[in-house]
Design a protein around this ligand. Sequence first.
Ligand SMILES: [Zn+2]
Length: 299
Amino acid sequence: MPTRLALKVDVDTDRGTREGVPNLAADCREFGAPACFLFSLGPDQTGRAITRVFRPGFFRKVSRTSVVSIYGVRTLLNGTLLPAPHIGRRNAGTMRAVRDAGFEIGIHCHNHYRWQDYVQTMTQGEVDAEFDAARAEFRRIFGAEARTAGAAGWQSNARSRAAYERAGLLYASDTRGGAPFFPRTDGQVFNTLEIPSTLPTFDELMGRPEHPDDQIVPHYLSLLRDDRVNVLTIHAEIEGMGRRGLFRDLLAACRARGVELIRLDDYAREQLADRGTIPVRDQVMAPLDGRSGLVAAQR
Ligand SMILES: [Zn+2]
């Protein structure tokens, strides 16, 4: 069997939706690469994430990846000095064009800042309200229920899993590392298949002395495994904008190497066809190389 790779696209901001998403859709199409676009559907309050600079570890990350040059000053002011633009209302046409081009679509979040920074302290009712707002906007834009979701900032817990369960998703993708599993957390086992991202993200590698730009593509190729599907999460704001060239280099290198790019929903159906063999694993929050804070992972 050839090496297989699935792409998941996290779309975090208004500008990323408007500029990065069409760029990525065009590049993926050119290389015959399917991808699953997960949209932020509500207000863009990215600027409020500035408060995150007060957290340990953030400065190291900022100096490495130069957040301002990636996101742009305008984006970092959204929700702080400037009003928060509503991403779904402003970009419905762009989002529908992605679906019409044949790409898989799903939910990243309603309000990225709120989910990433507060989902761990929200009540069940607050998590439900946040996820239901994303579902409602998704239905308004696409005229159908979302079949998948991937959490903002890899923030997931029993309450968000319960919200997913109620939504009847085909699968979700909230975690980092390992093979697909059914998550067990807070003593509950959830029936929505979790497909983790297995590879580091561009922004976790960028700017580190051990990963100079011209070594990033070879590094990815060296990480690809043959014994299960590799899953890479990319960002509309990074691979679709400032690092577009590097992403195209990666797609070209995958093509040259004969890597088969597959759809995440096809992968989910393939796994679920043999449901009894999918393991139940504890979902925990764990540190991850190249990121500040904790992310959801299987133990
Ligand atoms: Zn995100």
